[in-house]
Ligand binder design. Structure first.
Ligand SMILES: *Cc1c(COP(=O)(O)O)cnc(C)c1O
Length: 471
């Protein structure tokens, strides 16, 4: 015990001072590349950790300058690198919320750059020479793409729902089917959003069946809204029944109560010709009788994160004049991306080709196979110790969209002698750029659907770095 304490004291004295490390040849070279405050911070952190380790009884730790320098250097590199970085999505999940959902079309990206670079007429009416409205840039496009009378955009769809409920039904009852009281990823739960909005949830029907008569029976003088929610990543099948938006629209009209549809996905073009069924388009929801429709900008629409509200003019006006609107308004870069993306929809064929989310969702299995082959070929060339083959499988749309749609795809399967699939997966994830892959039956799987043609070379290098580094 006593010996240990003496050992620890000596060890503490061995830790080089911050100053001596900063003035060492390594310290001086760091100071050329990095701001001095950051160099000092890295040295302080690492020496302090060494001190703590010694104090807690670890007397085998090497605290010499030679041992600490590489640790400080990697800490310094970490402190100096960005946290949000691009990566390769090899999961095949197209609208992957954790990986940033939709990639933007080239012209949307360009428009973001232009908006970011300098001043713009964001809230300035050029024809009148005075203050204008942020939403004016989207109004016509939202009308065109949805068929609704009017439209606005806010920060995200969760915000859109919260705002619409608060503006249209605060203190009033909102009738929702029990089959639609869903949770959509993370923390968006309809009952919670409802209570946060100040509206009163009035549940009707049962989990599997809700009839028109259930809605009618619940209507009273304090009913503010009839709400329909797209169950997104969840489906009730079998002995089940729901009331369509057409029917809800009819009773809404009869009782003079607005009908709102939280659609989530925000599909602006018909995907049925590409074998993707079961997702109503925004236009269909509007024409079926929804007075207000809310949806995301970065799900099936394929644009930036945004929440879009379209519908009857008087309702959109009430929402846009609401004080919360100011707290939820979209940024100019988002607006730039959204406007450019919506423009593309004037030509649906082009939209499918240039909006990455739509392209990836509708791409044929043959085109995907072609890319999978190119990936496999390159990996085989560089990582000669691996067994690389192409297998068939399915991709997911993701983002709570189209849970029942199986998208046929081709995957590159990688098996390497002496390295488990888990280890390869971790190596790829921790590499630069990170590659996020799948694992099944102890094989590493790379889904070619979400891997861009321009990423193939980098991807092969990343796989090789993991396999060749280990061999
Ligand atoms: C995704 C989704 C939301 C939340 O949208 P965000 O854009 O992620 O905020 C709300 N409602 C439905 C039905 C959804 O699918």
């Amino acid at each position: 015990m006593l010996k240990n304490k003496v050992g620890a004291k000596e060890k503490l004295r061995e830790i080089p001072s911050v100053d001596s490390i900063a003035k060492s040849p390594s310290g001086l070279s760091w100071a050329i590349k990095h701001p001095m405050t950051r160099v000092i911070r890295a040295i302080r952190e690492v020496t302090e950790e060494a001190r703590k380790a010694v104090m807690s009884g670890n007397d085998s730790i090497d605290v010499s300058m030679t041992a600490l320098v590489p640790i400080i250097e990697s800490r310094l590199n970490k402190l100096s690198s960005l946290s949000l970085i691009p990566l390769i999505n090899a999961t095949g999940i197209v609208i992957h919320t954790n990986l940033g959902r939709s990639a933007l079309a080239p012209e949307a990206m360009l428009n973001v750059l232009l908006a970011a670079e300098g001043y713009s007429n964001l809230e300035y009416d050029l024809s009148q020479g005075h203050r204008g409205r942020r939403n004016s840039h989207l109004q016509r496009l939202l009308r065109e793409t949805s068929g609704a009378e009017d439209g606005i955009a806010v920060n995200n769809n969760a915000g859109a729902v919260l705002l619409a409920l608060n503006a249209l039904a605060k203190g009033k009852e909102v009738i929702v089917s029990r089959g639609e009281l869903v949770e959509i990823g993370g923390s968006f739960r309809i009952p919670d959003v409802m209570s946060a909005s100040g509206a009163i949830l009035r549940e009707v029907g049962t989990t599997n069946k809700t009839h028109l008569s259930d809605y009618k029976a619940a209507i009273n003088e304090n009913t503010g809204l009839l709400l329909k929610v797209h169950p997104s990543n969840y489906r009730i099948t079998g002995f089940s029944e729901e009331v369509s938006i057409e029917e809800l629209g009819r009773i809404g009209q009869e009782y003079r109560i607005p009908v709102m549809y939280d659609l989530g996905g925000g599909c602006l073009m018909d995907l049925k010709p590409f074998g993707i069924h079961g997702e109503p388009t925004v236009r269909e929801a509007v024409s079926a009788g929804a007075d207000v429709v809310t949806f995301s900008g970065d799900k099936l629409l394929g644009g930036p994160q945004a929440g879009i509200i379209v519908g009857k003019s008087y309702l959109i006006e009430a929402i846009s004049k609401h004080p919360i609107m100011r707290a939820m308004r979209i940024d100019k870069m988002t607006l730039a991306a959204l406007e450019a993306t919506l423009h593309i929809y004037a030509d649906p064929e082009r939209a499918r080709a240039v909006i990455p989310t739509l392209r990836m969702l509708t791409e044929s299995a043959e085109v995907i196979l072609h890319r999978a082959k190119a990936i496999a070929r390159l990996i085989k060339k560089t990582a000669t110790n691996a067994k690389v083959e192409i297998v068939e499988g399915f991709s997911q749309a993701g983002g709570g969209s189209l849970p029942e749609v199986n998208l046929k795809t081709h995957l590159v399967s990688v098996i390497a002698d002496g390295i488990s699939a888990n280890k390869i997966e971790a190596g790829l994830r921790l590499g630069r750029p990170p590659v996020i892959a799948r694992i099944a039956e102890d094989r590493l799987l790379l889904d070619a659907r979400t891997i861009g043609a321009h990423e193939i070379g980098t991807l092969a290098d990343c796989v090789c770095a993991v396999l060749c580094g280990e061999a």
